[in-house]
Design a protein around this ligand. Structure first.
Ligand code: SGN
Ligand code: CA
Length: 533
C-alpha cells in the first residue's frame, strides 16, 4: 500500500474524479501543510450551507438531464464528485420564505407561522442556528434571507432586503444599510469569505449560511456572462407545449406560462434599471444586437414561445454560471486554508423550478420540478465520494441534521429527522419515512396556483386542491412528467385509498391545522401586463 504522500507524487496519473473516489476529497486538500489527517481531528466540524434561490436540479449537471451537456456546473458537480448527491430531496411548501422558515426551525409552515411569502417570521422562536450557538458554534448568514424580521441566532448577519437587487445591491449589515457596487453573486461571496477570513472567532467551529439571490426571476446575468450561450441551442423539454388536458383546473388556470405570463422585462427586451453607466454599456453591447435581431424576425405563435424559452433559459443558466463560479471560489478558499478537511459543505436551493416543463417557469405546485430540490453534500472522511442516495429526505430534516452533525441535541418538537446516518452509511435506517407531506397556501396570489396538500411516496403522488374539491393522482414510474392524473382510473382505486389514509396519518403526525379561510379574490389591479409581444 502506498502512502498518501507517494500517492500525491504520482497523482498526475489519476483524474480528479478517480482521486476523490479513493480519498473523498480533492488532492489539493492533502497538499496543504496546515491539514492534519481528517480522521485524526476531534474538532467539531464546520458547517457551510451554500444555498441559492430557485435553482432547479435540472440545471445542475451532476443530476444529468437535458441541460447537463450544454450548461455544466463544474464546481457544484465537484461537491457531488467528492460527496453525496440526493436524488429525492423535497420541500414541504414550494415557495421561498416558507422554505427558509422550515429550514430555520425544522417545523412545517403551519407551526413556524410562515405559510406564505407575505408572512413575517417570528424571530423569537427556536431555530437551529440558536441551538448551534448554545453548542459552541459561531454562526453567520450572508445573502438572501427573505423572512422580513431581522435574522436571530447569528453572530453575524449581512442580508439582502426582500428579494434584493442583482446589480449594485444594498445589504443590511447587522441592521445597517450598506450599498455595494457590482454583481450580487460575486458580492455575496466576497462578504461570506470576508467573514470567514477576518471576522469569525477561529477558536470556534462555524456554521455559515451563504445564500445566493440568483437565479431568481428576472434572471439578470452577471457582467462576465452576458453573451454566454449566444451561439447555443438549449434543448427543449418534451412537454414545452403541454395543453394540460390530462389534469384538472389548477394546471389549466395557472398564470406562470412562458407563453402568456413571461413578459418583455423578463426577456430583457427592456433594459434593467440600477446599472452604472459602465455596466449599462456592457449590457447594451450584449443585448442590443440580439434584441434587434428578435424584433426584425416578428415571431408569432409557437416560434415566439420557442424564442422566449431560449432567452429565458440562457439568462437563467447565465445566472447559474455565476453562482457556480462563486462556489468554485468558496471551495478554493476551503482548500487553500485547510478548512476543507473538517467542513461539511452542503449545496441546496430553497425549492425547485420549472425550466419550460409544462410550458412553465416558477414553482408552487407539488409536481416534481418544483416539489423536488437539489441537495448535495461533501464531508471528507464521513461521506463516501461519488455516492448517490434515493431515500426520501426533505428540507424539514436540515435543522436536525445540522444539529446532529454538530453533536447538539435536537429538541423533540422539531418535525424532521436527521439524515446524518444516510450521509455516513450511504443509506437510511430501516424505519426511515416512506412518505412525505406537502402543503402550498399562497392563493389568490401571483401566478394563480390553487392551494393544495398532498402525499408522495417513492412512486405515487396524491394531490388535493382542497378549495375546489379536486384530486389528482400520479404513478411516477409510468408517467414521470405527470401529464395525466389517474385519480379516476379504477386500476388505481386501491392505491388512491391507501394514499388518502397515508395523508390523514401524516396530518396527524405533523399536527396539521386547517388553513386560514380563503381570501376574497381582489379585483385585478396594478400594472397592466406588457403586451408588446
Ligand atoms: C416575485 C416574482 C414572482 C415570484 C415571486 C416569489 N415576480 O414576485 O415570479 O414567484 O417573486 O418568488 S418578479 O417579476 O418580481 O420577479 S420567491 O422565490 O421569493 O418565492
Ligand atoms: Ca425561491
Amino acid at each position: 500500500m502506498i502512502s498518501i504522500k507517494e500517492y500525491i507524487v504520482n497523482k498526475a496519473d489519476l483524474s480528479r474524479r478517480d482521486f476523490v473516489k479513493i480519498f473523498g476529497v480533492s488532492a489539493s486538500v492533502f497538499l496543504l501543510p496546515q491539514v492534519k489527517s481528517f480522521a485524526a481531528t476531534n474538532k467539531k466540524p464546520n458547517i457551510l450551507f451554500l444555498f441559492s434561490d430557485d435553482h432547479a436540479y435540472q440545471a445542475i449537471s451532476a443530476y444529468g438531464g437535458r441541460l447537463a451537456k450544454v450548461a455544466p456546473t463544474k464546481n457544484i458537480d465537484r461537491i457531488a464528485d467528492e460527496g453525496m448527491i440526493f436524488q429525492k430531496c423535497y420541500v414541504t411548501n414550494s415557495i421561498c420564505a416558507p422554505c427558509r422558515a422550515v429550514i430555520q426551525t425544522g417545523k412545517h409552515s403551519h407551526l413556524n407561522g410562515v405559510i406564505t411569502n407575505g408572512k413575517t417570521f417570528d424571530n423569537r422562536q427556536q431555530t437551529f442556528p440558536k441551538l448551534l450557538q448554545k453548542g459552541g458554534y459561531q454562526t453567520a448568514i450572508v445573502g438572501k434571507w427573505h423572512l422580513k424580521s431581522r435574522p436571530t441566532g447569528f453572530d453575524y448577519d449581512e442580508v439582502l432586503p426582500g428579494q434584493g437587487a442583482y446589480y449594485n445591491p444594498v445589504f443590511i449589515k447587522r441592521g445597517e444599510k450598506v450599498k455595494h457596487e457590482g454583481y450580487n453573486s460575486d458580492i455575496t461571496t466576497d462578504l461570506g469569505l470576508k467573514w470567514l477570513k477576518d471576522e469569525r472567532d477561529t477558536d470556534k467551529p462555524f456554521m455559515l449560511m451563504l445564500q445566493y439571490k440568483a437565479p431568481h426571476r428576472n434572471w439578470q446575468p452577471g457582467p462576465d456572462h452576458l453573451t454566454l450561450f449566444d451561439d447555443v441551442n438549449i434543448p427543449e423539454p418534451e412537454n414545452l407545449f403541454d395543453d394540460y388536458s390530462g389534469r384538472g383546473t389548477p394546471a389549466n388556470t395557472q398564470d406562470m406560462s412562458i407563453e402568456k405570463t413571461m413578459n418583455p422585462k423578463d426577456n430583457k427586451l427592456i433594459t434593467p434599471r440600477g446599472l452604472t453607466p459602465k455596466q449599462l454599456e456592457k449590457w447594451n453591447a450584449a443585448y442590443g444586437p440580439k434584441n434587434e435581431k428578435f424584433k426584425k424576425a416578428e415571431l408569432e405563435g409557437k416560434e415566439l414561445v420557442r424564442w422566449k424559452y431560449q432567452r429565458y433559459m440562457k439568462d437563467y443558466l447565465r445566472c447559474v454560471r455565476s453562482v457556480d463560479d462563486n462556489i468554485g471560489r468558496v471551495l478554493k478558499y476551503l482548500d487553500d486554508t485547510g478548512l476543507a478537511g473538517n467542513t461539511i459543505v452542503i449545496y441546496s436551493s430553497d425549492q425547485g423550478f420549472y425550466l419550460g416543463e409544462h410550458g412553465w417557469f416558477d414553482k408552487r405546485f407539488m409536481y416534481e420540478e418544483s416539489f423536488r430540490t437539489p441537495l448535495i453534500a461533501r464531508w471528507p472522511g464521513h461521506i463516501k465520494a461519488g455516492s448517490s442516495n434515493r431515500d426520501l429526505v426533505q428540507n424539514l430534516d436540515f435543522a436536525q441534521t445540522f444539529l446532529d452533525i454538530a453533536d447538539v441535541e435536537a429538541p423533540s418538537d422539531m418535525q424532521g429527522s436527521s439524515f446524518k446516518t444516510i450521509l455516513e452509511k450511504g443509506k437510511a435506517p430501516s424505519n426511515w419515512r416512506k412518505s412525505l407531506y406537502y402543503q402550498y397556501y399562497e392563493f389568490p396570489a401571483t401566478h394563480s396556483v390553487h392551494r393544495h396538500e398532498g402525499v408522495a411516496t417513492d412512486r405515487y403522488k396524491l394531490i388535493h386542491f382542497y378549495d375546489i374539491g379536486e384530486w389528482e393522482f400520479y404513478d411516477l414510474k409510468k408517467d414521470p412528467a405527470e401529464m395525466k392524473s389517474e385519480y379516476d382510473n379504477p386500476k388505481y382505486a386501491d392505491k388512491v385509498e391507501e394514499l388518502k389514509a397515508e395523508l390523514e396519518k401524516l396530518k396527524k403526525l405533523y399536527k396539521v391545522t386547517p388553513p386560514p379561510p380563503l381570501r376574497e379574490r381582489k379585483p385585478k389591479s396594478g400594472k397592466p401586463r406588457d403586451k408588446k409581444y
